[in-house]
Design a protein. Structure first.
Length: 275
């Protein structure tokens, strides 16, 4: 029986065992070896403005602003109670009272202005009545107006001495000019009729002025309608359409209703119908 050296066998076995255990360790060691970026197939680059920023004089303010915002963000994260509420600052009771008082005052001003405008546009009935009463003439004024109407509807006559007749508050008179001609003038001295003869007198019946005048050994009657007369001299005409007149000079002229009665130096009397 051959002799076996046990110690030699043990030496031959143990290294193989150790080798079997050493192989995984070598593999793990190989796995821990870091790979190089150049060995990767997917390499990406950063754009301009990305990556680290170096603070210079030009961007110092921007860097300080970023630092301030970062500090504020970190402080807000550590102190949530200091954050500003999203709904805005709380209104104090005093501010609310001021807002209410301002609103009330604004409403009061608008109401006052509306009342003033309404009172001006639509005055109260009493004020309207008082205003209407002030426009109405008084009893004395009504009496004066009635007397004026009665006077204007009547008749009057004056001589050629400058006496006046009146109608609707306006006065008229006969006046001789420096050149010897005669005319009828109003209250301010304006000549409204220039006569061709010498007037006997001035008569008025309602709104019509009548002037009997002597001219060239005979006489005629000039007529003037107040407020409606045309320019030029108009004479009173008879039924035949010719101016009425006679011989001699006028010695008397008077109104009898709607008739003008003229007496001349020949002793003849002529009745001139005015209506």
């Amino acid at each position: 029986m051959p002799f076996r050296d046990e110690n030699r066998d043990e030496k031959n076995v143990r290294p193989a065992h150790r080798a079997s255990h050493a192989a995984p360790s070598a593999r793990r060691a190989r796995r821990r070896v870091p790979s190089l970026a150049s060995d990767s197939d997917e390499i990406s680059t950063i754009g301009a403005g990305q990556g680290a920023h170096v603070t210079t004089r030009k961007n110092a303010a921007e860097a300080a602003d970023r630092a301030r915002k970062s500090a504020e963000r970190r402080y807000a994260e550590r102190h949530p109670e200091a954050r500003v509420p999203q709904a805005g600052p709380r209104r104090s009771a005093f501010n609310i009272v001021l807002l209410v008082v301002a609103a009330v005052l604004a409403l009061a001003v608008v109401f006052a202005l509306g009342t003033l405008v309404t009172s001006l546009v639509f005055p109260p009935a009493e004020e309207q009545t008082t205003h209407d009463q002030t426009l109405r003439p008084t009893e004395s004024e009504l009496q004066v107006q009635e007397e004026q109407r009665e006077h204007d509807a009547g008749s009057e006559q004056v001589g050629a001495d400058g006496a006046t007749v009146s109608y609707a508050g306006e006065t008229y008179a006969l006046r001789q000019a420096d050149d010897g001609t005669w005319g009828v003038v109003n209250a301010v001295g304006d000549v409204i009729i220039s006569l061709e003869g010498t007037p006997y007198g001035l008569l008025r019946t309602a709104d019509t002025l009548l002037i009997p005048e002597n001219r060239d050994g005979g006489w005629d009657v000039v007529s003037y309608v107040i407020g409606g007369h045309l320019s030029g001299v108009t004479y009173v005409v008879g039924p035949d359409g010719n101016p009425v007149g006679g011989s001699g000079d006028v010695t008397s002229a008077e109104l009898d209703g709607t008739t003008l009665r003229v007496t001349d130096s020949t002793g003849s009397t002529t009745d001139v119908a005015l209506a």
